[in-house]
Each structure stands twice: as C-alpha cells, then as structure tokens.
Design a protein around this ligand. Structure first.
Ligand code: IDP
Ligand code: MG
Length: 138
C-alpha cells in the first residue's frame, strides 16, 4: 500500500468541482484517509513549491495557489501515486488524455485543477506539509 498527496487547487474549489473530483477517486476505489480545506499564504505556497523556485512560472504559480482555498487530501491504495497521476492527466490540459480530470476541467498549463505527488519520496514530504500523524486515519 502507498500514500500520496492530492490537492484540489483554488480554481477547482472556486468552480465547485470538489465533489466531482472526489467522486472520481471514490469510483476508482482509491481511499481518502485525510482531508482539509486551507487557504495557504504566499509564503506557504513558496515553501510547498520550493523545488520549482527557479522556474519562470514560480511567481505566478505561488500567486495562483495562494489566491483562494484549496482541498488537501491523503489518498491511500496500491500504486496510488501513479494511479492518481493517471486520473489527473498531463500537466497541460491540452495534452491531457480524454477522461482525465485536467482534460475535463483544466483551464491552462497553470490552472490545471489538481496536484498529485510524483514519487514516494515527495509524497512523504508533501503529506507532512499538510497533515500530522493524528490527522491521518488508518
Ligand atoms: P505537475 O503538477 O503535473 O506535477 P509540475 O511540472 O510539477 O507539474 O508543475 C507544478 C505546477 O506548476 C503545475 O501543476 C502547474 O500548475 C504549474 N506549471 C507547470 N508548468 C507550467 C508552465 O509552463 N507555465 C505555468 N505554470 C506551470
Ligand atoms: Mg509536480
């Protein structure tokens, strides 16, 4: 079994897509073992996306991610890091496969509705950014 961090980004929350996105995880048989809504500060977004600090889109990304509430979740299941990335689709909604969340709801390469950890190592760091052990069920 494996865990990963999923985030419904500010555009997803603002557009009332929380239920639709969670439904996709539930229908795929992916368990949710922690969940919270938070509005991150600009500084907190800079910390979360530290790995991207030298990318040209860093300022815009952190402004967007701090623009409104997000829903952070810990997903649990076999091969869930890869399976979540598959449900999300490619970073740029234009390249995302039909049936994926980003294909269905993404606006552009930045406002792409969801985040998902990309490795076991990053999942552990990202989960700990949002949740302490008491907040994770099971
Ligand atoms: P991922 O979310 O598919 O893992 P990353 O390359 O890790 O993609 O990028 C993190 C986030 O930064 C993306 O989800 C997207 O919101 C934003 N982003 C990535 N590439 C670009 C870009 O070229 N322009 C603007 N924003 C970008
Ligand atoms: Mg990434």
């Amino acid at each position: 079994m494996e865990r990963t961090l999923s985030i419904i980004k500010p555009d997803g929350v603002a557009r009332n897509l929380v239920g639709e996105i969670i439904k996709r995880f539930e229908e795929a048989g992916i368990g949710i073992v922690a969940m919270k809504m938070v509005h991150l500060s600009r500084e907190e977004c800079r910390a979360f996306y530290h790995v991207h600090r030298n990318r040209p889109f860093f300022d815009s990304l952190t402004e967007y991610m701090s623009s409104g509430p997000i829903v952070a979740m810990v997903l649990d299941g076999e091969d869930v890091i890869r399976r979540n990335r598959e449900l999300m689709g490619a970073t740029n909604p234009k390249d995302a496969a039909p049936g994926t969340i980003r294909h269905a709801f993404g606006s552009d390469v930045e406002k792409n509705v969801v985040h998902g950890s990309d490795s076991a190592e990053n999942a552990a760091v990202e989960i700990a950014f949002f949740f302490n052990a008491l907040e994770i069920c099971g």
